[in-house]
Ligand binder design. Structure first.
Ligand SMILES: [Mn+2]
Length: 426
């Protein structure tokens, strides 16, 4: 899958007998989704030893084409009349270097029928949201050798049961606040920062996103301790009545007219020493983009999991389990290419292809210094810059850095150009 960048069995099989063999592998009852997920973490435990790592948790839905009489055994997703499966991995990133250490367990499932009890009456363990706790527990085992673990997750994971059950010595949580919780001392969570002094101000470059133009933003930082109260409706009465956490609030001052101001409230079990430490915790949260990258790599333009023709849920779940691991390996390859390793381009590209890059470079570089290739000529980073530009990356350092999909598109285009370049001498 990594080499072919697809989950399509016909492409992977390279001929009928190969395709049949892959099909048999997925249909074999001894090949289980659980065992494949267990295989995700091979190597991760050793890679994280002695490091502070961020365990990024998130869920993605993979949607598949179905018809009324043919749902392929798939349950409904959160998107109305759309059927598919849910993938919830833990992706492990080094807190300092950003290097991807691999996966640390997860869950893959499809919904079977609708839950019978009203949501609030079910205890946390029965709800689908229980995955945040189960998966964190599994990650705890895989990451036992790390010096410190910070589990990072978006609003969905802001569950009282998670705050009560998951943290342990050197095992922290960092989650974006989802609700304006009641505090143990009275008052509400979102009002707490009003009583705290501005700890710091920073000007940051906000990168371009689908819904946002790049801009400079002035951010103010406030942080302090809060004691969140156990929600009244929760059936989890065995949980402590309140929990002490730290809240970090980042707010943008004077956003441009018509733009949504940046406003983050992050909850964490980390004790915060000073403003610099608080900013560092905010930076850890921003590392969540790695897991979004993983999901993009699994889907359209990456491995194309949603285009799979496989007819039943059981085999699709196994395929998704393999694809998750493959996507993670693709990301690790991209990082190896991104230049921090001081490798020469010749490690990866033959000399004819490097000659092609030499010829291409003047056509790709822009007129200004900011649009020139900043890396030493013929280094791997220099080559990666060219490939990324061919893949559609803008070349500006202030824009989102090129990801695996850009790299894949760039490589595809480059291979075609290199072939044409070679033909000119024939
Ligand atoms: Mn999410």
């Amino acid at each position: 899958m990594v080499e072919a960048t697809t989950v399509c069995l016909r492409s992977l099989g390279d001929g009928r007998s190969g395709t049949v063999r892959f099909g048999r592998f997925l249909s074999n009852p001894k090949v289980t989704t659980a065992a494949l997920i267990e295989g995700w973490s091979a190597g991760t435990a050793a890679a994280v030893r002695g490091r502070h790592v961020l365990a990024l948790q998130d869920t993605t839905e993979a949607h598949f084409r179905t018809a009324a009489g043919r749902r392929r055994g798939l349950g409904a997703t959160g998107k109305g009349n759309v059927y598919g499966l849910m993938v919830h991995p833990v992706l492990v990133i080094d807190a300092e270097s950003g290097v991807c250490h691999g996966l640390a367990g997860g869950k893959i499932w499809t919904r079977s029928g609708l839950a019978q009890q009203p949501h609030r009456k079910r205890c946390s363990a029965d709800k689908e949201s229980g995955r945040w706790l189960d998966v964190a527990e599994a990650a705890k085992e895989v990451l036992a050798g790390a010096a410190q673990v910070t589990v990072v997750a978006d609003r969905e994971a802001d569950l009282y049961a998670a705050w009560a059950g998951v943290p342990a010595p050197a095992f922290h949580l960092l989650i974006r606040a989802n609700t304006n919780r009641v505090l143990a001392g009275g008052g509400r969570l979102y009002d707490a920062p009003a009583a705290w002094p501005d700890a710091d101000r920073r000007i940051v470059e906000l990168r371009e996103r689908a819904d946002r133009r790049p801009r400079q933003a002035v951010l103010t930082l406030r942080y302090g301790e809060v004691a969140i109260k156990r929600p009244d409706y929760a059936p989890d009465k065995h949980l402590p009545p309140s929990l002490k956490l730290r809240l970090i609030e980042i707010r943008e001052l004077d956003p441009p007219a018509g733009e949504e101001p940046l406003h983050w409230r992050l909850l964490t079990t980390h004790a915060i020493a000073d403003a610099a430490h608080a900013w560092e915790i905010v930076r850890w949260y921003t590392q969540r983009w790695h897991i979004e990258q993983l999901f993009r790599t699994m889907k359209s333009q990456g491995l194309g999991i949603e285009d799979s023709q496989i007819a039943d849920a059981e085999r699709l779940l196994k395929l998704a389990a393999i694809a998750t691991r493959a996507a993670c390996i693709i990301m690790q390859l991209v990082q190896a290419r991104d230049g921090k390793t001081n490798q020469p381009a010749a490690d990866v590209f033959p000399s004819e292809e490097i000659a092609t890059m030499d010829a291409l470079l003047p056509k790709i570089e822009g007129a200004t210094a900011k649009q020139k290739n900043p890396h030493p000529p013929h280094s791997l980073a220099w080559a990666a810059w060219i490939i990324a530009r061919l893949g559609g990356w803008s070349g500006y350092a202030s824009y989102r850095p090129p990801g695996p999909i850009t790299m894949r598109n760039g490589l595809e285009r480059f291979k075609a150009i290199a072939l044409g370049f070679a033909l000119q001498h024939v």
